[in-house]
Design a protein around this ligand. Structure first.
Ligand SMILES: Cc1cc2nc3c(=O)[nH]c(=O)nc-3n(C[C@H](O)[C@H](O)[C@H](O)COP(=O)(O)O)c2cc1C
Length: 201
């Protein structure tokens, strides 16, 4: 089957990309509303774009009413975002935080997701996160209806429990969660027992 992109619908494009480019790690993005509350939302159209400087791209589509997503508005306004890499223990909270709530209403408050501050000038992240990237807005690419937000990491956070001086810490703790893993997560995500032991310095 050959599908011609010039005739496919946005939904078909989305389904084909999201079902074929997989697994994709999820960027769990914190941003701050004008009222100071914290917005949380997951984004899977997320990729590292450049190593030096470390820049990520996140494709933010529109809300169901055609307006811009809260994350996008906040990031444009504050120029800050924290990207957390999620693990299985956060899966339900991650899924909950994808709810489309009114502007200035925090998913963290609505779903009782505890937060922690890693660095005072960046949005707080969900408590217990092991890896996060504290980012400044670098640029926004206007690609059709969607916006690809480019975020430059200014700080890397790696929890002491996985940190190793040689930086060969184990990525099995992070990422690898997404829509499809909601039901399959336990089967897909369980690493080998040996791989779950934090690496010594
Ligand atoms: C696992 C998962 C991945 C998602 N990936 C994206 C994505 O890449 N781009 C996007 O625009 N929305 C994505 N969504 C939907 C947003 O999380 C959702 O629209 C959310 O309400 C946006 O929140 P905000 O308006 O607070 O920014 C995803 C949802 C889930 C559950």
């Amino acid at each position: 089957m050959i599908l011609d992109v010039s005739t496919s619908t946005p939904l078909q494009n989305y389904k084909i990309l999201s079902n074929t480019i997989t697994p994709r790690p999820i960027a769990w993005i914190s941003s701050v509303f004008p009222n100071g509350l914290v917005n949380l939302a997951p984004f899977s159209f997320f990729a590292p774009l450049c190593v030096n400087p470390p820049i990520f791209s996140v494709c933010m589509m529109q809300k169901s009413d055609g307006s811009q997503k809260d994350s996008f508005k906040n990031i444009l306004q504050t120029r800050k975002a924290s990207i957390s890499m999620c693990e299985l223990s956060h899966l339900q909270a991650l899924q909950d935080s994808s709810a489309e709530l009114a502007y200035n209403v925090s998913e963290a408050n609505a779903f009782d997701i505890p937060l922690e501050v890693l660095e005072t000038s960046y949005p707080p992240v969900p408590q217990g996160i092991k890896v996060a990237f504290l980012c400044d807005l670098y640029d926004v690419l206007e690609l059709g209806e969607a916006k690809s937000v480019l975020l430059e990491a200014r700080f890397f956070y790696i929890a002491d429990s996985i940190y190793a001086k040689d930086l060969n810490f184990l990525p099995h703790f992070v990422g690898r969660v997404g829509r499809i893993y909601k039901s399959l997560g336990a089967q897909i995500m369980l690493p080998n027992k040996d791989e779950t032991k934090p690496k010594k310095d």
